[in-house]
Ligand binder design. Structure first.
Ligand code: SF4
Ligand code: SF4
Length: 207
């Protein structure tokens, strides 16, 4: 049997390898104006290229070249994929009560530690608990979807198709509580994704 040689792969990085940081500006960068001029050249190139390509498109030419377009959000919108992670909602049982059993798995999985749950017990159900309070601090949330993945009973979803809110005057305005999260499920069932999106985007529209 031929002998086999084991080639040890050299790790590219080790913990001892110091990280290279560019903290010091070069003399060229410290002169300031060359960098400003370089930035203007990049911006100018993009502007004139886009303008030229759009004019050519209007004339029916250079169709294969792509030019940047601006989506006039919220008056216009780009289509979102089905996997788009929008605002959270707490799903409901057939009788309209909250599906959540206050198991804390979502709060444990949340890397931003922005889910607050206070568990309570049903008087007539010795098995299941429910959240007395369920709150998400959306200013801390990074919309990673880990809470949805962690939930064992499909009680929290991010399929509302709506953007995180950005209207508010204090931190409290950005904390979504249990009732808000349940109401979003009711609205989604009543109006559908498109209807819910229109509702949320209305305050931002110009027309
Ligand atoms: S989306 Fe991520 S950050 Fe936001 S509540 Fe869920 S787990 Fe936390
Ligand atoms: S939303 Fe899901 S994971 Fe979070 S506490 Fe409720 S049942 Fe548990």
């Amino acid at each position: 049997m031929p002998s086999q040689s084991i080639v040890a792969l050299k790790p590219q990085f080790s913990l001892e390898t110091p990280m290279k940081r560019i903290e010091e500006m070069t003399l060229w960068e410290r002169l300031y104006f060359p960098e400003v001029i370089r930035g203007l050249m990049v911006t100018g190139y993009r502007f004139w290229r886009n303008l030229t390509v759009h004019i050519l498109h209007k004339l029916g030419l250079a169709r294969r070249l792509q030019a940047a377009i601006t989506v006039q959000y919220p008056d216009e919108r780009a289509p979102y994929p089905d996997t788009f992670r929008g605002r959270h909602r707490l799903t409901l049982k057939d009788d309209g009560t909250v599906q959540c059993t206050a198991c804390f798995l979502c709060a444990t999985a949340c890397p931003a530690e922005c889910i607050y749950i206070q568990a309570g017990e049903y008087p007539d159900n010795p098995v299941e608990k429910y959240p007395i309070r369920y709150e998400i601090d959306t200013l801390r949330c990074i919309y990673c979807g880990f809470c949805v993945e962690a939930c064992p009973c499909d009680a929290i979803r991010m399929d509302s198709g709506t953007h995180p809110g950005n209207l508010g005057f204090s931190r409290k305005d950005f904390v979504e509580d249990k009732e808000v999260l349940m109401q979003r499920s009711r609205e989604l069932a009543e109006k559908g994704k498109e209807g819910l999106y229109e509702e949320y985007v209305k305050p931002y529209r110009h027309v």
